[in-house]
Design a protein around this ligand. Sequence first.
Ligand code: PBE
Length: 301
Amino acid sequence: MVLNMKKKVLFSLILLSTIVLIACGAETTEDQDEFIGAAINYTITGIEPGAGTTTLAREALENYDNLSGYELDESSTAAMLTALSSAYSNEEPIVVTGWTPHWKFAQYDLKFLEDPLGAFGAAENINTIVRQGLEEDMPEAYTILDRFYWEVEDMEEVMLMTEDYGMSFEEAANEWISQNEETVEQWTEGVGEVDGTRIELVSTPWDTERASTAVVAEVLKRQGYQVTDTPVDPSVMFQAIATSDGDASVAPWLPATHGAFYEEYEANIVDLGENLQGAKIGMVVPTYMDIDSIEDLEPIE
Ligand code: PBE
């Protein structure tokens, strides 16, 4: 009798686990999509309201039919990274606005969602812009700024030194310069020294631009310039260069990220072209999520 009871329990357990297994196996990708939209509360975790990425994310929510009614949580890069970290450690779904170069791609397994409407552009460059008249007023600085060009890996090295070794951006820039003298020599070759001429760099507050601006600032200092750096919102950065409040910026992300600001001020700035190629922005998710495209996010019922 007792044995019989045990058998019954065992049988029920096997039956139950079989049902559970079948149910799980039957879950299609589509079911998971439906789960994702609701699970993220139909909310994309965004960054600063003034970021170019935010402008494009707002447009994406308007242009993708399936995202109608979704919200963009505009807060800060730090808040986005905190949300990403906690979702990631719990393997919970999350969709953030993200970009590369950035350490989050080294820290976590992440992927950009495909963007069939091109809401976030394709490959981005980072450009150097200067105020009108800089070439005549500060030819030495102009030449260095015009020549300044580096690779994604270079920028990542500087950012990594600040992340992993707790260096300031100034320290990291100096260290990078001492390890890359030949590259720096290409920017400064034949350029005369100046005697304390003031130059005002304008930048944005993200690590990518803190890294590039710190390197350019150090190179200009070694040439004899007295350099100031003012990090501001992207729109203010373009405005400052257009009105000659600032002299130069190595921070514009183009053609998409800061495209709208660029167009507004294009007539009154001098564009010296790319200083880095191979940047990218978009909607980013952990690779454990079973969606590949922005269009896979299910519409609100
Ligand atoms: N970012 C990093 C900035 C530019 C650099 C992509 C977050 C933005 O304006 O969106």
